[in-house]
Design a protein around this ligand. Sequence first.
Ligand code: DI6
Ligand code: FE
Length: 399
Amino acid sequence: MSQLLSNLILATMTEGYGLIPDAAVVIEDGTVAWAGPRAAIPGPYDRLPPIDLGGRLVTPGLIDCHSHIVFAGDRAGEFEMRLNGASYEEVARAGGGILSTVRATRAASEAELLAQALLRADQIIASGATTIEVKSGYGLTVADEVKMLRVAREIGRRRAVTVKVTHLAAHAVPPDYKGRARDYIAEVAMPSLKAAHAEGLVDAVDAFCEGIAFQPDEIAPLFHLAKELGLDIKLHAEQLSDLKGAVMAARMGAMSADHLEYLGPDGIAAMAASGTVAVILPGAFYTLREKQLPPIAALRAAGVPMALATDCNPGSSPMTALTLTMNMACTLFRMTPLEALQGVTLHAARALGLADRGVIAAGKRADLAIWEARHPAELGYRIGATALHTRIFGGHLDA
Ligand code: DI6
Ligand code: FE
């Protein structure tokens, strides 16, 4: 089954934008067979009936490489507390924050969690995504973490999107383990990883390295187990303070270190040496009204690839639009529109270890986003509007 897409502006993202002004794309069996100028379509593809895209911009399908879309309840009350003066850490210490979502998530059935997660997945998809990473981390018991991971896996079966599932039991210390983070890692995080891995539910392992969560030396045994199981590792690092999490993660070969507002020169050097992707999360920075900017210029100078993601979660980033994420990265962090688009395409693919997507080229998956736009800078330029026309997922046009 071959399809010829024609009359489009192509941003292949292979080198810079890789712009081809009057382009065509041939898709065969869910894969890009050829992409190039319309005037140069090779035979026999030039005899296929063209699907006219009306001069629209086509980019790789976007990739949200960091999300927490499986959870129950909401945190609008805490939003209000913060607006009345409480800090994020104060809210967390008062039993709110992550732990209030944990209570709601434990009480929810798998079906309820799935129904809510699908609404959020649909919103991310509507902003152009064809791949979403989804984390656990609101269960914090073996059974509830496995429940969340099952729901995450199921999203990819219910929607035209690839879901990469990440185990994040090391997200917060539950009340019954207060002051015993190390025991929690040994008695809950590691056993839940083994159980979920045995069910085929885990693609990668993450942890929250922060004063209100886990120290690098508490996380290390979990990462060693992940590596024994052949799983990728990644880390929430340096979001609110510099605990040198990125240094540890990079030295252990992490795929990505995420947030990074407080990342220092040692962390940047370690990430550059290991090829660890910096995942920049402007939604959390915006929501928490952080003052410390992530070191974008230094990451750029060191050649560390920068990805961008929604971090969609009920507390620090209730955001489901990748296009708004791009806008925030440009406006708040001075990332260029090119860096923003690379951040949700090729660099996000790299953050997830997916070599088959993130650019449009022969042999790559036919995951495409078709936009009501003429130039890639338009995607992050508009505030909150999503100019998505339609998507192609694995060669299939959205209905
Ligand atoms: N960092 C974050 O920004 C989210 N998790 C994390 O480790 C916050 C999650 C939440 O507040 O529910
Ligand atoms: Fe996160």
